[in-house]
Design a protein around this ligand. Sequence first.
Ligand code: FAD
Length: 388
Amino acid sequence: MSDNKVVVIGGGYAGALAANRLRMRADVDVTLVNPRPEFVERVRLHQFAAGTGQVIVNYGTLLGEGVRLVVDSAVRIDIVARTVLLASGRTLDYDYLIYAVGSTATIPPSVPGAAEFAYGVAEFESARRLRARLEELPPDAPVTVVGGGLTGIETAAELAEQGRAVTLVCGRSLAPSFSPSGRRAVARWLSRHGVAVLEDVMVGEVRPDALVFAGGAAQTSALTVWAGGFGVPGLAAASGLQTDGLGRLLTDETLTSVDDDRIVAAGDAAAPSGRPLRMSCYAAGPLGAQAADTVLSRIAGTEPAVINLAFSGACVSLGRRMAVRQIARKDDTAMNAYVGGRMGAVIKEFTCKFAVTRIRREAGRPGSAMWLKGGPRLEQSAPSIRGS
Ligand SMILES: Cc1cc2nc3c(=O)[nH]c(=O)nc-3n(C[C@H](O)[C@H](O)[C@H](O)COP(=O)(O)OP(=O)(O)OC[C@H]3O[C@@H](n4cnc5c(N)ncnc54)[C@H](O)[C@@H]3O)c2cc1C
């Protein structure tokens, strides 16, 4: 048995890639903990909810030889004993731990009725509930999607393409992270497909069959989908580890926890230097690779590298045949340029497939994952917050 026991918590884009990459060293013993026995392609959950796509991938086709999958949930990390307590009551020992628990569908408790009556789309279980409810509803029943960001737009568009009567309540604006031209392209598609887009409108209350806006007006809504932003699991905070305001694990630029050299974070649940990258599968894969490299450096007694990732844009699907790919600078700020139409959809489909293919390739050839490097974090003085 090796002395280099690594437990990876979370088998998403970051955790699965990290688990495979750790096998660059033959003497590392890798255990991956995930609550489901299958990988979920979260980037397709809006398709799954609308009945236009599948999200389940068999881990048997994704994980490299030697990666042990434990189907369970971590409920507490004990950094002194170096153990992870699982929901089943079992504990796992580790020498190093990769924290890759991702993000969650969040419905704010501050909006009356939202937690009871709105449906989430950002997790498999909530998307499955949403799909079941949609199947019960007549096709012309009014549906409201709350959230003008990319997840809300993708969900509204997917449902509108199915012929649903959709209202998209944006809160502030539609696609705020996009450039004016990218935003206009999204708005045009939504308008052509009959989606009523409400900007600068906040939801004050959700009822089983209606929405009440902050101004007091009500609108019939047979089904309300909440896509107003992601939260993160509370495991780090519950384990006494330092987190940012949302609950992401605070790390330095090597992704090492500020509390403990043995814990390294990746993906949506990581907050390097308190300046997290955009939650995305685009960043999760490279961060998973980086987390594995940091652990391997520590095992080898070498200095781990700092994050090296450049963004290139973000893509929003508009049903199955169109998408808008916003072009961005390396720091993820939008340029006034986009690729739309069918070419946008081809790019979007490629990136969704690539995120899974990259994990599978890493299973066959540990260390092979590639990504766009040279992001601004390297150039800026990105001070380590370790020890602060
Ligand atoms: C509808 C939708 C569309 C999206 N589209 C895009 C897109 O086009 N491009 C893009 O870049 N991003 C997109 N995203 C965001 C992207 O899916 C996430 O940013 C990405 O999944 C993050 O990867 P991750 O590995 O950090 O987390 P995840 O993929 O969420 O994986 C985390 C895993 O950890 C597990 N886990 C959680 N808690 C525990 C625990 N206590 N114990 C054990 N396991 C645990 C979870 O169940 C999950 O399996 C989209 C998201 C949604 C919902």
